[in-house]
Write a protein that binds this ligand. Structure first.
Ligand SMILES: [Zn+2]
Ligand SMILES: [Zn+2]
Length: 452
Protein backbone atom coordinates (compact mmCIF):
# COMPACT_ATOMS: atom_id res chain seq x y z
CA UNK A 1 0.00 0.00 0.00
CA UNK A 2 1.13 3.51 -0.75
CA UNK A 3 -0.44 5.98 1.66
CA UNK A 4 -0.54 9.77 1.35
CA UNK A 5 -2.03 11.97 4.03
CA UNK A 6 -3.73 14.77 2.08
CA UNK A 7 -4.48 16.82 5.18
CA UNK A 8 -2.83 20.23 4.91
CA UNK A 9 -0.93 19.91 8.19
CA UNK A 10 -0.09 17.59 11.09
CA UNK A 11 -3.31 18.23 12.94
CA UNK A 12 -6.94 17.13 12.99
CA UNK A 13 -7.79 19.52 10.17
CA UNK A 14 -9.22 18.35 6.86
CA UNK A 15 -9.07 14.57 7.02
CA UNK A 16 -8.30 12.85 3.75
CA UNK A 17 -6.05 9.89 3.01
CA UNK A 18 -5.12 8.53 -0.38
CA UNK A 19 -4.45 4.77 -0.27
CA UNK A 20 -3.08 3.13 -3.43
CA UNK A 21 -3.08 -0.63 -3.95
CA UNK A 22 -1.27 -1.55 -7.15
CA UNK A 23 -3.16 0.61 -9.65
CA UNK A 24 -6.24 0.87 -7.46
CA UNK A 25 -6.88 4.21 -5.75
CA UNK A 26 -9.06 4.66 -2.67
CA UNK A 27 -9.69 7.87 -0.74
CA UNK A 28 -10.59 7.72 2.95
CA UNK A 29 -12.73 10.70 3.96
CA UNK A 30 -12.60 14.17 2.46
CA UNK A 31 -13.06 16.79 5.16
CA UNK A 32 -13.02 20.52 5.56
CA UNK A 33 -10.61 22.19 8.00
CA UNK A 34 -12.71 23.72 10.78
CA UNK A 35 -10.31 26.60 11.46
CA UNK A 36 -9.25 27.68 7.97
CA UNK A 37 -11.20 29.77 5.48
CA UNK A 38 -12.13 29.29 1.84
CA UNK A 39 -10.00 27.02 -0.31
CA UNK A 40 -7.32 26.89 2.40
CA UNK A 41 -9.69 24.60 4.32
CA UNK A 42 -9.52 21.90 1.62
CA UNK A 43 -7.29 18.83 1.69
CA UNK A 44 -4.61 18.57 -1.02
CA UNK A 45 -6.89 17.06 -3.67
CA UNK A 46 -4.50 18.04 -6.48
CA UNK A 47 -2.07 15.38 -5.19
CA UNK A 48 -4.43 12.65 -6.47
CA UNK A 49 -2.98 11.63 -9.83
CA UNK A 50 -5.31 9.60 -12.03
CA UNK A 51 -8.78 8.27 -11.29
CA UNK A 52 -10.33 7.36 -7.94
CA UNK A 53 -11.82 3.86 -7.71
CA UNK A 54 -13.66 4.35 -4.46
CA UNK A 55 -14.17 6.71 -1.56
CA UNK A 56 -14.68 5.45 1.98
CA UNK A 57 -16.61 7.85 4.19
CA UNK A 58 -16.05 6.80 7.82
CA UNK A 59 -18.61 9.20 9.32
CA UNK A 60 -20.45 12.48 8.86
CA UNK A 61 -18.46 15.02 10.87
CA UNK A 62 -17.48 17.87 8.57
CA UNK A 63 -13.75 17.37 9.16
CA UNK A 64 -14.28 14.05 7.29
CA UNK A 65 -17.15 14.90 4.94
CA UNK A 66 -17.03 18.64 4.18
CA UNK A 67 -14.94 18.56 0.95
CA UNK A 68 -16.44 15.41 -0.54
CA UNK A 69 -18.55 17.31 -3.12
CA UNK A 70 -15.33 18.74 -4.63
CA UNK A 71 -13.64 15.33 -4.79
CA UNK A 72 -16.69 13.91 -6.56
CA UNK A 73 -16.74 16.85 -8.94
CA UNK A 74 -13.20 15.91 -10.00
CA UNK A 75 -13.94 12.16 -9.97
CA UNK A 76 -17.62 11.84 -10.88
CA UNK A 77 -17.53 8.08 -11.47
CA UNK A 78 -16.18 7.22 -8.01
CA UNK A 79 -18.59 5.54 -5.62
CA UNK A 80 -18.77 6.54 -1.97
CA UNK A 81 -18.91 3.59 0.43
CA UNK A 82 -20.40 4.26 3.87
CA UNK A 83 -22.48 2.61 6.57
CA UNK A 84 -26.24 2.54 5.97
CA UNK A 85 -26.75 5.10 8.75
CA UNK A 86 -24.13 7.47 7.33
CA UNK A 87 -25.79 7.44 3.89
CA UNK A 88 -28.92 8.89 5.54
CA UNK A 89 -27.10 11.90 7.01
CA UNK A 90 -24.80 13.03 4.19
CA UNK A 91 -27.16 15.21 2.21
CA UNK A 92 -28.59 17.11 5.18
CA UNK A 93 -25.15 17.91 6.56
CA UNK A 94 -23.67 18.99 3.22
CA UNK A 95 -26.70 21.17 2.43
CA UNK A 96 -26.25 22.85 5.79
CA UNK A 97 -22.59 23.36 4.98
CA UNK A 98 -23.62 25.24 1.79
CA UNK A 99 -25.89 27.53 3.86
CA UNK A 100 -23.04 28.25 6.28
CA UNK A 101 -20.64 29.01 3.41
CA UNK A 102 -23.13 31.37 1.77
CA UNK A 103 -23.42 33.26 5.03
CA UNK A 104 -19.63 33.36 5.32
CA UNK A 105 -19.41 34.88 1.86
CA UNK A 106 -21.85 37.63 2.84
CA UNK A 107 -20.07 38.32 6.09
CA UNK A 108 -16.45 38.08 5.04
CA UNK A 109 -16.62 38.76 1.30
CA UNK A 110 -14.49 35.63 0.70
CA UNK A 111 -15.23 34.87 -2.98
CA UNK A 112 -14.27 31.18 -2.54
CA UNK A 113 -17.61 30.61 -0.84
CA UNK A 114 -19.66 28.60 -1.33
CA UNK A 115 -17.07 25.97 -2.25
CA UNK A 116 -19.84 23.88 -3.82
CA UNK A 117 -23.52 24.06 -4.63
CA UNK A 118 -26.54 21.80 -4.29
CA UNK A 119 -25.94 19.95 -7.59
CA UNK A 120 -22.52 18.92 -6.26
CA UNK A 121 -24.21 17.56 -3.15
CA UNK A 122 -26.68 15.65 -5.33
CA UNK A 123 -23.73 14.06 -7.12
CA UNK A 124 -22.42 12.83 -3.76
CA UNK A 125 -25.82 11.49 -2.81
CA UNK A 126 -26.10 9.58 -6.08
CA UNK A 127 -22.65 8.06 -5.57
CA UNK A 128 -23.44 6.69 -2.09
CA UNK A 129 -23.40 2.94 -1.58
CA UNK A 130 -24.43 1.53 1.81
CA UNK A 131 -22.11 -1.28 2.87
CA UNK A 132 -23.44 -3.71 5.50
CA UNK A 133 -21.27 -4.18 8.59
CA UNK A 134 -18.87 -7.12 8.86
CA UNK A 135 -19.52 -8.01 5.22
CA UNK A 136 -16.62 -7.74 2.76
CA UNK A 137 -17.24 -5.57 -0.30
CA UNK A 138 -14.92 -6.18 -3.23
CA UNK A 139 -13.73 -3.30 -5.41
CA UNK A 140 -11.67 -4.06 -8.48
CA UNK A 141 -10.23 -2.65 -11.68
CA UNK A 142 -7.82 -4.05 -14.25
CA UNK A 143 -7.17 -7.30 -12.40
CA UNK A 144 -6.41 -5.55 -9.10
CA UNK A 145 -8.89 -5.86 -6.26
CA UNK A 146 -9.39 -5.06 -2.60
CA UNK A 147 -12.01 -6.18 -0.09
CA UNK A 148 -13.42 -3.60 2.32
CA UNK A 149 -15.06 -4.63 5.60
CA UNK A 150 -16.75 -2.09 7.87
CA UNK A 151 -16.91 -2.34 11.66
CA UNK A 152 -18.78 0.03 13.98
CA UNK A 153 -16.42 2.63 15.43
CA UNK A 154 -18.58 3.87 18.33
CA UNK A 155 -17.53 7.51 17.83
CA UNK A 156 -20.79 8.96 16.52
CA UNK A 157 -23.94 7.82 14.71
CA UNK A 158 -23.00 5.61 11.75
CA UNK A 159 -19.21 5.82 12.28
CA UNK A 160 -17.15 2.88 11.04
CA UNK A 161 -13.56 1.68 10.85
CA UNK A 162 -12.50 -0.21 7.74
CA UNK A 163 -10.39 -3.28 7.07
CA UNK A 164 -8.84 -3.36 3.59
CA UNK A 165 -7.53 -6.70 2.35
CA UNK A 166 -5.25 -6.65 -0.65
CA UNK A 167 -3.05 -9.50 -1.92
CA UNK A 168 -3.12 -11.27 1.46
CA UNK A 169 -2.21 -8.12 3.31
CA UNK A 170 -4.49 -6.52 5.86
CA UNK A 171 -4.69 -2.80 6.51
CA UNK A 172 -6.98 -1.40 9.19
CA UNK A 173 -8.22 2.22 9.24
CA UNK A 174 -9.78 3.25 12.55
CA UNK A 175 -11.42 6.50 11.45
CA UNK A 176 -12.53 8.32 14.61
CA UNK A 177 -13.10 5.72 17.31
CA UNK A 178 -14.56 5.32 20.77
CA UNK A 179 -14.25 2.00 22.57
CA UNK A 180 -16.99 2.67 25.11
CA UNK A 181 -20.73 2.63 24.54
CA UNK A 182 -22.59 5.92 24.37
CA UNK A 183 -26.32 6.47 24.40
CA UNK A 184 -26.80 6.89 20.65
CA UNK A 185 -24.17 4.35 19.53
CA UNK A 186 -22.72 1.10 20.80
CA UNK A 187 -19.00 0.77 21.56
CA UNK A 188 -16.56 0.18 18.69
CA UNK A 189 -16.64 -3.39 17.53
CA UNK A 190 -13.24 -3.65 15.86
CA UNK A 191 -11.56 -6.99 15.12
CA UNK A 192 -8.55 -7.58 17.37
CA UNK A 193 -6.55 -9.89 15.15
CA UNK A 194 -3.14 -9.12 13.61
CA UNK A 195 -2.87 -6.84 10.58
CA UNK A 196 0.03 -5.57 8.48
CA UNK A 197 -0.80 -1.89 8.75
CA UNK A 198 -2.80 0.14 11.23
CA UNK A 199 -3.87 3.68 10.34
CA UNK A 200 -4.95 5.16 13.64
CA UNK A 201 -6.52 8.38 14.91
CA UNK A 202 -4.87 9.94 17.98
CA UNK A 203 -7.09 12.89 18.98
CA UNK A 204 -6.55 12.39 22.71
CA UNK A 205 -2.88 11.44 22.56
CA UNK A 206 -1.90 14.42 24.68
CA UNK A 207 -4.65 13.90 27.27
CA UNK A 208 -3.65 11.79 30.27
CA UNK A 209 -6.47 9.62 31.56
CA UNK A 210 -7.07 9.69 35.31
CA UNK A 211 -6.99 6.07 36.54
CA UNK A 212 -10.13 6.68 38.59
CA UNK A 213 -12.05 8.22 35.67
CA UNK A 214 -15.56 6.93 35.22
CA UNK A 215 -17.90 8.23 32.52
CA UNK A 216 -21.04 7.64 34.61
CA UNK A 217 -19.57 9.64 37.48
CA UNK A 218 -18.57 12.44 35.08
CA UNK A 219 -22.15 12.57 33.78
CA UNK A 220 -23.48 12.85 37.32
CA UNK A 221 -20.99 15.64 38.01
CA UNK A 222 -22.31 17.47 34.93
CA UNK A 223 -25.95 17.08 35.99
CA UNK A 224 -25.17 18.26 39.51
CA UNK A 225 -23.39 21.32 38.10
CA UNK A 226 -26.29 22.10 35.71
CA UNK A 227 -28.82 21.80 38.53
CA UNK A 228 -26.79 24.02 40.86
CA UNK A 229 -26.62 26.83 38.26
CA UNK A 230 -30.32 26.55 37.34
CA UNK A 231 -31.47 26.36 40.97
CA UNK A 232 -29.57 29.59 41.67
CA UNK A 233 -31.39 31.33 38.80
CA UNK A 234 -28.66 31.16 36.16
CA UNK A 235 -28.55 29.73 32.64
CA UNK A 236 -26.31 26.97 31.34
CA UNK A 237 -24.80 26.91 27.86
CA UNK A 238 -23.76 23.46 26.66
CA UNK A 239 -21.87 23.90 23.36
CA UNK A 240 -22.36 20.67 21.41
CA UNK A 241 -21.91 19.49 17.83
CA UNK A 242 -25.32 19.44 16.19
CA UNK A 243 -24.67 15.95 14.82
CA UNK A 244 -24.36 13.21 17.42
CA UNK A 245 -23.20 15.07 20.52
CA UNK A 246 -26.40 17.10 20.87
CA UNK A 247 -28.54 13.97 20.71
CA UNK A 248 -26.26 12.27 23.27
CA UNK A 249 -26.79 15.18 25.68
CA UNK A 250 -30.54 15.11 25.07
CA UNK A 251 -30.72 11.42 25.91
CA UNK A 252 -28.70 11.95 29.08
CA UNK A 253 -30.99 14.80 30.18
CA UNK A 254 -34.06 12.69 29.39
CA UNK A 255 -32.76 9.86 31.56
CA UNK A 256 -32.12 12.22 34.46
CA UNK A 257 -35.47 14.00 33.98
CA UNK A 258 -37.25 10.63 34.06
CA UNK A 259 -35.72 10.05 37.47
CA UNK A 260 -36.93 13.49 38.56
CA UNK A 261 -33.36 14.72 39.03
CA UNK A 262 -33.18 17.53 36.47
CA UNK A 263 -33.87 21.17 37.31
CA UNK A 264 -37.26 22.17 35.94
CA UNK A 265 -36.23 24.89 33.48
CA UNK A 266 -36.82 25.33 29.74
CA UNK A 267 -34.33 23.64 27.41
CA UNK A 268 -33.41 25.27 24.10
CA UNK A 269 -31.71 23.72 21.06
CA UNK A 270 -30.47 25.22 17.80
CA UNK A 271 -32.15 24.43 14.49
CA UNK A 272 -29.77 22.03 12.79
CA UNK A 273 -29.45 19.86 15.91
CA UNK A 274 -33.22 19.64 16.22
CA UNK A 275 -33.52 18.72 12.57
CA UNK A 276 -30.86 16.05 12.89
CA UNK A 277 -32.88 14.45 15.69
CA UNK A 278 -35.32 13.36 12.97
CA UNK A 279 -32.47 11.90 10.92
CA UNK A 280 -31.06 9.95 13.86
CA UNK A 281 -34.56 8.73 14.66
CA UNK A 282 -34.95 7.49 11.06
CA UNK A 283 -31.52 5.84 11.14
CA UNK A 284 -32.28 4.03 14.37
CA UNK A 285 -35.48 2.66 12.86
CA UNK A 286 -33.91 1.66 9.55
CA UNK A 287 -30.47 0.40 10.49
CA UNK A 288 -30.07 -0.53 14.17
CA UNK A 289 -26.67 1.22 13.93
CA UNK A 290 -28.01 4.17 15.94
CA UNK A 291 -30.19 4.44 19.04
CA UNK A 292 -32.30 7.58 19.22
CA UNK A 293 -35.99 8.40 19.57
CA UNK A 294 -37.27 11.77 18.46
CA UNK A 295 -39.87 11.57 21.27
CA UNK A 296 -37.06 12.75 23.56
CA UNK A 297 -37.72 16.27 22.21
CA UNK A 298 -41.36 16.14 23.19
CA UNK A 299 -40.71 14.53 26.56
CA UNK A 300 -38.12 17.16 27.48
CA UNK A 301 -40.28 19.98 26.05
CA UNK A 302 -37.39 21.22 23.89
CA UNK A 303 -37.81 24.74 22.48
CA UNK A 304 -36.08 26.04 19.35
CA UNK A 305 -33.67 28.90 19.93
CA UNK A 306 -35.13 32.20 18.74
CA UNK A 307 -33.57 33.39 15.48
CA UNK A 308 -33.46 36.89 16.90
CA UNK A 309 -30.32 37.20 18.97
CA UNK A 310 -30.24 39.24 22.16
CA UNK A 311 -27.94 42.27 22.28
CA UNK A 312 -24.41 41.13 23.27
CA UNK A 313 -23.66 41.59 26.96
CA UNK A 314 -27.32 41.44 27.98
CA UNK A 315 -28.36 38.29 29.80
CA UNK A 316 -30.65 35.81 28.03
CA UNK A 317 -34.24 36.88 28.75
CA UNK A 318 -35.26 33.30 29.50
CA UNK A 319 -33.23 31.38 32.03
CA UNK A 320 -32.69 27.77 31.06
CA UNK A 321 -30.42 25.16 29.52
CA UNK A 322 -29.11 26.02 26.05
CA UNK A 323 -27.75 23.08 24.03
CA UNK A 324 -26.31 24.78 20.97
CA UNK A 325 -23.82 24.14 18.20
CA UNK A 326 -20.93 24.41 17.68
CA UNK A 327 -19.18 22.31 20.27
CA UNK A 328 -16.00 24.38 20.01
CA UNK A 329 -17.83 27.71 20.12
CA UNK A 330 -16.78 28.53 16.56
CA UNK A 331 -17.42 32.16 15.65
CA UNK A 332 -20.93 33.14 14.57
CA UNK A 333 -22.49 29.80 15.50
CA UNK A 334 -25.54 29.82 17.83
CA UNK A 335 -23.40 28.71 20.81
CA UNK A 336 -20.94 31.58 20.20
CA UNK A 337 -23.75 34.13 19.82
CA UNK A 338 -25.45 33.03 23.04
CA UNK A 339 -22.08 32.97 24.86
CA UNK A 340 -22.02 36.73 24.24
CA UNK A 341 -25.11 36.92 26.49
CA UNK A 342 -23.80 34.51 29.11
CA UNK A 343 -20.21 35.34 29.97
CA UNK A 344 -20.68 38.71 31.68
CA UNK A 345 -23.11 37.34 34.26
CA UNK A 346 -21.81 35.43 37.26
CA UNK A 347 -24.94 33.32 37.75
CA UNK A 348 -24.46 31.65 34.34
CA UNK A 349 -22.22 28.78 33.25
CA UNK A 350 -20.69 27.37 30.09
CA UNK A 351 -20.06 23.64 30.32
CA UNK A 352 -18.06 21.94 27.56
CA UNK A 353 -18.95 18.30 26.96
CA UNK A 354 -16.74 17.31 24.03
CA UNK A 355 -13.35 17.80 22.44
CA UNK A 356 -12.32 21.43 22.07
CA UNK A 357 -9.39 22.46 19.91
CA UNK A 358 -7.18 24.84 21.92
CA UNK A 359 -7.13 27.35 19.05
CA UNK A 360 -10.90 27.72 18.76
CA UNK A 361 -12.91 30.26 20.80
CA UNK A 362 -14.04 27.35 23.02
CA UNK A 363 -10.44 26.35 23.70
CA UNK A 364 -9.56 29.97 24.42
CA UNK A 365 -12.43 30.27 26.90
CA UNK A 366 -11.44 27.07 28.71
CA UNK A 367 -7.93 28.44 29.20
CA UNK A 368 -9.14 31.82 30.50
CA UNK A 369 -9.06 33.06 34.10
CA UNK A 370 -12.12 34.63 35.74
CA UNK A 371 -12.20 38.36 35.06
CA UNK A 372 -10.44 37.89 31.72
CA UNK A 373 -11.59 39.64 28.55
CA UNK A 374 -13.21 37.52 25.87
CA UNK A 375 -13.55 39.27 22.54
CA UNK A 376 -16.53 38.75 20.25
CA UNK A 377 -14.84 40.60 17.42
CA UNK A 378 -17.53 40.61 14.75
CA UNK A 379 -20.14 41.58 17.37
CA UNK A 380 -17.96 44.47 18.49
CA UNK A 381 -18.33 43.24 22.05
CA UNK A 382 -15.87 42.26 24.77
CA UNK A 383 -17.15 40.19 27.68
CA UNK A 384 -15.59 40.19 31.12
CA UNK A 385 -15.62 36.55 32.14
CA UNK A 386 -17.80 36.25 35.23
CA UNK A 387 -19.73 33.11 34.29
CA UNK A 388 -18.44 29.73 35.41
CA UNK A 389 -16.59 27.78 32.70
CA UNK A 390 -15.94 24.09 33.14
CA UNK A 391 -15.01 21.10 31.12
CA UNK A 392 -16.60 17.67 31.41
CA UNK A 393 -14.81 14.72 29.88
CA UNK A 394 -17.49 13.06 27.81
CA UNK A 395 -15.51 12.82 24.59
CA UNK A 396 -16.49 10.60 21.67
CA UNK A 397 -12.83 9.67 21.11
CA UNK A 398 -10.90 6.76 22.60
CA UNK A 399 -8.50 7.31 25.52
CA UNK A 400 -4.91 7.14 24.45
CA UNK A 401 -4.35 4.05 26.61
CA UNK A 402 -7.21 2.25 24.85
CA UNK A 403 -5.61 3.07 21.49
CA UNK A 404 -2.28 1.66 22.66
CA UNK A 405 -4.01 -1.56 23.82
CA UNK A 406 -5.82 -1.82 20.50
CA UNK A 407 -2.54 -1.38 18.59
CA UNK A 408 -0.90 -4.08 20.73
CA UNK A 409 -3.69 -6.53 19.86
CA UNK A 410 -3.27 -5.85 16.15
CA UNK A 411 0.55 -6.04 16.36
CA UNK A 412 1.01 -4.37 12.95
CA UNK A 413 4.30 -4.03 11.09
CA UNK A 414 3.51 -0.37 10.48
CA UNK A 415 1.37 2.17 12.31
CA UNK A 416 0.45 5.46 10.67
CA UNK A 417 -0.76 8.24 12.95
CA UNK A 418 -3.55 10.57 11.81
CA UNK A 419 -6.13 12.95 13.28
CA UNK A 420 -4.09 14.50 16.06
CA UNK A 421 -2.20 17.65 17.00
CA UNK A 422 1.62 17.50 17.22
CA UNK A 423 1.77 16.82 21.01
CA UNK A 424 -0.78 14.00 20.64
CA UNK A 425 1.21 12.44 17.80
CA UNK A 426 4.46 12.77 19.74
CA UNK A 427 3.10 10.94 22.79
CA UNK A 428 1.56 8.19 20.65
CA UNK A 429 4.73 7.72 18.63
CA UNK A 430 6.95 7.42 21.68
CA UNK A 431 4.56 5.17 23.60
CA UNK A 432 3.87 2.89 20.64
CA UNK A 433 7.57 2.56 19.89
CA UNK A 434 8.16 1.38 23.47
CA UNK A 435 5.11 -0.92 23.56
CA UNK A 436 5.69 -2.47 20.12
CA UNK A 437 9.45 -2.57 19.47
CA UNK A 438 9.01 -4.52 16.22
CA UNK A 439 6.60 -1.98 14.72
CA UNK A 440 7.52 1.04 12.60
CA UNK A 441 5.52 4.08 13.74
CA UNK A 442 5.02 6.83 11.16
CA UNK A 443 3.88 10.40 11.64
CA UNK A 444 3.66 11.12 7.91
CA UNK A 445 4.56 14.41 6.26
CA UNK A 446 1.37 15.82 4.74
CA UNK A 447 1.23 15.23 0.99
CA UNK A 448 4.28 12.93 0.91
CA UNK A 449 3.60 9.28 -0.10
CA UNK A 450 4.61 6.53 2.29
CA UNK A 451 5.34 3.09 0.83
CA UNK A 452 4.32 0.28 3.16
ZN1 LIG B 1 -15.57 12.67 14.11
ZN1 LIG C 1 -12.66 13.75 13.17
Amino acid sequence: MRLTDLNSGREIGANCLLAEFGGLRLVFDCGLHPKLDGRKALPQLDKIQGGVDGVILTHCHLDHLGSLPLLLKQHPTARVFASAATTLFVRRLLSNSIQVMKRQREETGNADYPLYVETDVERVENALAAVPLANPRVIGRGGEEVALTFHLAGHTAGAVGCLVEHRRKKHFFTGDVHFQAQRTVAAANFPRTPVDTLVMECTRGATATQPSFDRGREERRLIKAINAVCDAGGSVLLPAFAFGRMQEVLMLLQEVADEGDLADVPIFCSGLGLDLCDYLDAASKKTKQVKFRREVLRDLGILPLSRKYVQPGKNMPERGIYILSSGMLVEKTPAWRVAANMLDHEENAVFFVGYCDPETPGGELIGMNPGGEFKFKSLDHTSILRAKVERFHLSGHADREELIDFAKDLAPKDIILTHGDPPARAWMKETLAAALPGTRVHDPDPGVPLDL
